[in-house]
Every structure is written in C-alpha cells, then in structure tokens.
Write a protein that binds this ligand. Structure first.
Ligand code: SF4
Length: 326
C-alpha cells in the first residue's frame, strides 16, 4: 500500500484587503480557500491552473514561505504549521522548492560551488572537508560538468541555471520538493530535458513532488495525479491518465482544449478560456466558474458545488470534481 508523505487538510491562505480612510481590513483575498490533498511517497502531484488561481501561494504555504490563515499541512507525520522556529528549521531540510526563475533565485555574487554548498554549511551536513566532494556529486547528478563549479550564474543558459537550482534543492536529500513552474521560463527543447531530469531524480531518490504549472501539457507525463485549481479551490483531481482521457469539469476540458497542437503559429502559453478570473472583491454567487462556463445552468448561480467523487457509489474514488453536472 502507498504511504502518504504529504497531507494537506482544508488549507486557507487569505490576504487582507485594506481600504477606507483608516486603511482598515475591508475584505479578504482568498488566494487559497480550503484545499485538501495528499501526495504518496515518491509520487508527483501536478497542480494546474491559470495565473492568479492561487497555485503558487498554495505551494509556498505548504513550506511556510507564506503565512497561512488556517488548515493543516502534515509532512512525514509532522504538522508543519504548528512548528516553532527551531522545529521549522529542522523540518526545512526535508522540504525544498525549485523556483520558476532560476536566475532570480540564485545569488549572482556566488559561484555555483558556493550556491550548492550553502545548504550543507547552514545545516552542518557531513564533515566540512567532505562537502566539496558532495557538491561535485550533486552537479554530476544534475548533468553539469564539475568544471563549471567556479562559474557564476550569469555565465549559464536558463536550462543550466535551473540544473544548478535543482542541485541546490537536492543538497539536503529532501523528501518533498515544491517545483513552482520550473520550466515555464525555458525554451521548449530545454523544458523536456529538465522534465526528464526531475523524473529521473524522483525515480532514483524516491522524492515526492508538488509540480505547479499553468500548462496541463507540461505536467502530463511527470504526474501520477493531477489537480486543477480555480479561484483558490481544487475543482477537479484525478489520477493523471484518467484526467487526460476523461476530464469532467468544464474548466479542465477548456484547459485541455487549449493545449496547442504542433503548430508554430500558436502561442503555447495562451489559455483559451473566455473571460477573466472573477474579482475577489466581488466573488460570483454559486459556482465561481459560472460567469465563464459554457454549460452553466440556473442552479449554478445559486449554490456552490463541493469537490466530490465522480462515481457517487465509490467514496474512495480519487477522481473528484466540483460541478453540478455530476
Ligand atoms: Fe459550469 Fe455549473 Fe459546473 Fe460550475 S457547476 S462548472 S457553472 S456546470
């Protein structure tokens, strides 16, 4: 039986919206509004949605890089949200993040050797004299030649910089990595190299990943399970194969239709969903997708559907959807 490494229960991350003469809190921007999911050891959960849907805030909230309003995040049996400073520092060893922009996240004044070695020094991993050897091993694992160790980030291509970011994330032998749009800033040809590297590392080291992307095509081959996020909530989740072969939610279907066919004249990042994500200051009544939904029914504007198993006779089904059509 699969062991669960990451368990998220009803996570909420709200940002206060201030206004008025006294600049008081007048509303909340509910960036993450009650998301629950679990990720088994050694598996990847692909989290997809348009920009502004809350997926990056969700990833950062799991690692406590973002203040959380309520909920639980249990990683390897420990509730991350209730840890004190020392406990969090210890737990951070097991959970890392890979950012979208490797250039912005690598200190331009540090060499690659210093960047990859820094977490080993901070957490005092291994004997000092052995850390250099470990840096070389990590560079090799990530497909970089050892001769690049004394170069600076600006001397590399985007793909190489992302390899350095991955080497640094691996330095502490994490059990869980949040990869936040790790390939969206890269050329398509380099994207597949980085995706293959992440897939290989997962197989070799049994790491669990939350892989965040705006593009369903990117997470397709790397994910065991996929969740689609809209307006701060999961609107559909399913084992990857099932989601791509039998999508249920109208939003998921539209995102899948937006995956470009091999046609150089079409923009890969273009998402063909009509209208905009609703305003958090004036959220729609009922289903949040209702103002954009091509198959909305009158009841959709009245009540908000919950995320439920598609097959109502099988409560344990991992294919869940929040839509009144099911
Ligand atoms: Fe569309 Fe209604 Fe389903 Fe929402 S509940 S996605 S509006 S059909």
């Amino acid at each position: 039986m699969e062991e669960t490494l990451v368990q998220v229960k009803d996570l909420r991350t709200y940002y206060p919206i201030k206004g008025g003469l006294l600049n008081r809190r007048v509303a909340d921007l509910k960036a993450v509004n009650g998301v629950s999911l679990d990720i088994p050891t050694g598996q990847t959960f692909g989290l997809v949605g348009e920009s502004g849907c809350g997926k990056s805030t969700f990833g950062r909230s799991l690692l406590r890089l973002q203040k959380v309003t309520s909920g639980e995040v249990i990683i390897d049996g420990e509730n991350i949200l209730s840890l004190d400073r020392a406990g969090l520092m210890k737990a951070r060893k097991d959970m890392q993040i890979i950012f979208q922009d490797p250039y912005g996240s690598l200190n331009p004044r540090m060499t690659v050797r210093e960047i990859v070695r820094e977490p080993l020094d901070t957490h005092k991993i291994g004997a000092k004299a052995d850390r250099n050897g470990e840096v070389m091993r990590l560079l090799e694992v990530c497909g970089l030649r050892q001769t690049v160790a004394d170069r600076y980030p600006h001397e590399f291509s985007g793909g190489q910089r992302q390899r350095v970011g991955i080497a640094r994330a691996l330095a502490l032998k994490p059990k869980f990595i949040v990869a936040d749009e790790p390939v969206s800033a890269l050329d398509v040809s380099v994207q597949s190299q980085i995706l293959n590297l992440i897939g290989d590392l997962q197989e070799e080291f049994g790491i669990s990943f939350l892989f965040i992307s705006h593009d369903l095509a990117v997470v397709q081959h790397i994910s065991h399970e996929v969740g689609v996020m809209y307006f701060g909530k999961l609107v559909e989740r399913a084992p990857a194969e099932e989601l791509y072969s039998s999508p249920k939610h109208p939003y998921t279907k539209t995102l899948l239709e937006a995956i470009p066919q091999p046609d150089p004249t079409r923009n890969r990042t273009e998402v063909l969903v009509g209208g905009d994500i609703p305003s958090h200051l004036d959220p729609p009544k009922g289903c949040p997708f209702q103002p954009r939904c091509p198959v909305a029914m009158p009841e959709c504007a009245e009540r908000e559907p919950e995320l439920k198993p598609v097959d109502s006779d099988d409560c344990s089904s991992r294919h869940q959807v929040s839509c009144w059509l099911y």
